[in-house]
Design a protein. Structure first.
Length: 368
């Protein structure tokens, strides 16, 4: 074997264009294993270097990995997790090395089959039972996934709607929001028994390429666990605790990916009950003074909301005009806060504007 780098970053910084592209794809493929807590072997990384250096092609690399795990003398046969990580990494590398892409429900299912070929017996098979999964970021709660009987219909519908959607005339913010929502929706369907996040990530990369974006795969390599937790938060709400869907975390991932922004993508910001140190996710590309100003603005808004809820709890007949006077806020500012609280399911109006009253449904979640 030629003298090569085991550090993929070195190829990306110093390598020739072909080697740089291969190294970036391998790093993404390996990085995506983190969403399920998996790590690849040293043999996989050495084989990847041989492929990057041009000694072998991707099919030969995949065959070497397969043969390696068929030999009981060269590895611990009980390490199924590492075997999964190695084979899946090689399979993803093959997929991302090709420009071929089938944007359809069948194409999405085919991506799962190709990723987990030789790994899962159910590769490419849609689940036939309902599923829940405890999430750290939700304090042990689960996202509500689609009923298994509706999976094919939901996939067909979501992807067909996206196929017909026009991005013409959208602002940058609208574009990011739409992409995040589409990716979030197909993930939430949870079409497979295992491997939905890795499948969704690969499908998203292929789709963004198809839309004309030059996708830097490093985002998925470095922040795959954040990507998964952001998908969880985008699909979770708990009205009792005052927690609403939070797509902004996933949008920030895509803003970094497609716009080069620098949101701090650490998982502690995503927890439904963050500590004070992790409550406000910063954009590291914004000057410190601006960040400090934004933090103060958010803190002031939270205090205002707390005051509104306290006032309405003590006196449900309080009017918007009275709130405006009590809080020294404009009438419009109060109306916007009231609208936000109603949308989040924290308060609701009982009866007409005149003669009715407010009802506080759930306590304020400190992350609002």
């Amino acid at each position: 074997m030629k003298e090569g780098y085991l550090d993929f970053d070195a190829y990306i910084r110093q390598g020739e264009p072909d080697k740089k592209e291969k190294a970036s794809i391998w790093r993404t493929a390996i990085g995506l294993q983190a969403v399920d807590g998996l790590q690849t072997s040293a043999y996989l990384r050495e084989t990847a270097v041989r492929h990057i250096e041009g000694e072998i092609n991707i099919d030969e690399a995949r065959q070497l990995i397969k043969t390696y795990y068929e030999s009981e003398t060269q590895h611990d046969a009980t390490d199924d997790n590492m075997q999964e990580a190695d084979k899946v990494s090689a399979n993803i590398t093959k997929i991302l090395s090709s420009q071929a892409f089938d944007f359809s429900a069948k194409g999405y299912i085919a991506v799962h089959r190709r990723i987990f070929d030789g790994v899962f017996k159910h590769a490419g098979k849609v689940r036939d039972y309902n599923i829940t999964k405890k999430e750290w970021v939700l304090d042990g709660d689960t996202v509500h996934y689609l009923n298994w009987e509706d999976l094919h219909r939901a996939l067909d519908y979501d992807i067909e709607q996206e196929r017909r959607f026009s991005y013409k005339g959208l602002s940058t913010d609208q574009l990011i929001q739409h992409i995040a929502r589409f990716v979030s929706d197909i993930w939430q369907i949870h079409a497979f028994c295992e491997g939905k996040t890795r499948t969704t990530a690969v499908f998203a990369i292929l789709y963004l390429r198809d839309l004309g974006y030059k996708v830097e795969n490093d985002m998925f390599a470095q922040h795959s666990w954040y990507f998964r937790n952001a998908l969880v938060r985008a699909n979770y709400r708990n009205a009792v605790e005052g927690i609403d869907y939070a797509p902004e975390y996933l949008e920030r991932f895509f803003r970094n990916l497609l716009l080069g922004e620098q949101w701090d993508l650490r998982n502690r910001y995503l927890h439904i009950h963050p500590t004070d140190d992790w409550r406000i996710q910063p954009n590291l590309g914004v000057k410190p003074k601006t960040v400090e100003k934004n933090i103060k603005t958010v803190e002031k808004s939270v205090k205002t909301v707390e005051k509104i809820i306290k006032i309405l709890s003590n006196n449900p007949t309080t009017t918007v005009r009275e709130l405006s006077e009590m809080l020294s806020l404009s009438r419009r500012g109060v109306e916007e806060q009231i609208k936000s609280l109603k949308q989040k399911g924290i308060i609701r109006r009982i009866g007409p504007d005149k003669g009715g009253h407010w009802q506080v449904i759930s306590p304020l979640n400190p992350t609002l």
